[in-house]
Ligand binder design. Structure first.
Ligand SMILES: Cc1cc2nc3c(=O)[nH]c(=O)nc-3n(C[C@H](O)[C@H](O)[C@H](O)COP(=O)(O)O)c2cc1C
Length: 366
């Protein structure tokens, strides 16, 4: 086996990670009662506690921030209590866990919104695409543009979500600034046609993401605040006419805020890594904190990128869905369980907590 830094410890702000593997945020749509994480979620995250760092599935900071059925929230007392059981289990197993906080913006459906209203967006432009409601994929609803007066309320919801996350025992917070959700909708010029202080120039479009980052860092401490970005992903129907200067600027400002990490989806989320030209090395250079790389990584690519010092940590998504003991398997050079796409979103234990660890798989075969 080639020499790898993947299993070396790493100091992430005040936290020491025993290895460089991060479990990427993965929406699983199983918070069926009041958008509260279920007992199965406690088991699911607990099974994966050997990851250097776990990042939870995206969790909405308000009802308005929800875009798919049965995704967990971090705005009610019951949700905080549900997450507390998750963090307790992960900590009992010796793990570390951040929550990904989320506002979907326009990627939603009226049936999920307060009073069945329109989802909110930088501009009243519908995203082409589907969301998951009522057990099926349905067209995303027509949104309305947020007024200038509503923006402080959005920032406040991320601040409250952070306070709740700390109360729930999380080790830190990852702001979801990626994949065409609200903060990314503001940043990119295909979805932001505003003419006020939050539209037009790069500085104006980046403003909401940076204001959210500042309040979350003030609440949790910058050393416990990370953010996820995806400079060129076309996910959820967003694009930008000139992403390099936009994300160079964003990362310069995030560096000034001293966030503990940037988590970068390189290429199209879950798709080609080379979908569009982009210099990730430029982000790496600008950001003095930790660079977490994601998208399509396997052992070989992770080893190569760590050896080249192009990233500090590597986030794995789908491999963690089907391999609770991904760390041990990669260490042993053991084969990985294949994942079943049919059980990604919604359902119960099947395809969620029933993927076997290595010893269990051997036992089952005997
Ligand atoms: C089932 C599923 C759910 C996902 N949910 C989220 C999410 O909640 N937040 C997020 O930022 N990315 C989400 N993603 C994207 C993954 O975090 C990751 O970027 C993507 O799967 C590429 O990494 P991989 O090649 O290691 O799987 C999801 C992906 C999948 C397959």
């Amino acid at each position: 086996m080639s020499k790898t830094k993947l299993f070396e410890p790493y100091k992430l702000g005040p936290i020491t990670l025993p290895n460089r593997l991060v479990m990427a945020p993965l929406t699983r749509n199983r918070a069926v009662a009041g958008m509260v994480p279920s007992p199965l979620a406690v088991e699911y995250y607990g099974q994966r506690a050997s990851a250097g760092l776990l990042i939870t599935e995206a969790s909405q900071v308000s009802q308005q921030g929800q875009g798919y059925q049965d995704t967990p929230g971090i705005y009610s007392k019951e949700q905080v209590a549900g997450w507390r059981k998750v963090t307790d289990r992960v900590h009992e197993r010796g793990g570390r866990i951040f929550i990904q906080t989320w506002h979907v913006g326009r990627v939603s459906h009226t049936s999920l919104q307060p009073n069945n209203g329109a989802p909110v967006a930088p501009s009243a432009m519908r995203a082409k695409g589907k969301t998951f409601v009522g057990g099926t994929f349905t067209d995303i609803s027509e949104p309305r543009a947020l007024t200038l007066e509503e923006i402080p309320g959005i920032i406040e919801s991320f601040k409250r979500g952070t306070a709740n996350a700390l109360e729930a025992g999380f080790d830190g917070v990852e702001i979801h600034g990626a994949n065409g959700y609200l903060l990314d909708q503001f940043a990119r010029d295909s979805s932001n046609k505003r003419t006020d202080a939050y539209g037009g120039s790069i500085e104006n479009r980046a403003k909401l993401m940076l204001e959210v980052a500042a309040v979350v860092a003030a609440e949790a401490g910058a050393e416990r605040t990370g953010i996820r970005i995806s400079p060129v992903t076309p996910a959820n129907d967003v694009s930008d006419s000139n992403p390099q200067p936009l994300f160079d600027y964003i990362v310069d400002r995030l560096n000034a805020l001293k966030l503990v990490y940037i988590h970068v989806i390189e290429g199209a989320t879950g798709g080609p890594r080379d979908i569009a030209p982009f210099d990730y090395g430029s982000l790496r250079k600008r950001f003095k904190g930790t660079y977490v790389a994601n998208n399509g990584y396997d052992f070989e690519l992770a080893t190569k990128v760590l050896a080249a010092d192009a990233a500090d940590l590597i986030a794995f998504g789908k491999p963690f869905i089907s391999n609770p003991d991904l760390v041990e398997r990669l260490k042993a050079g053991a084969p990985l369980n294949a994942f079943d796409k049919a059980t990604f979103y919604g359902g119960g234990a099947k395809g969620y907590t029933d993927y076997p660890a290595l010893g269990e798989a051997l036992d089952a075969a005997q």
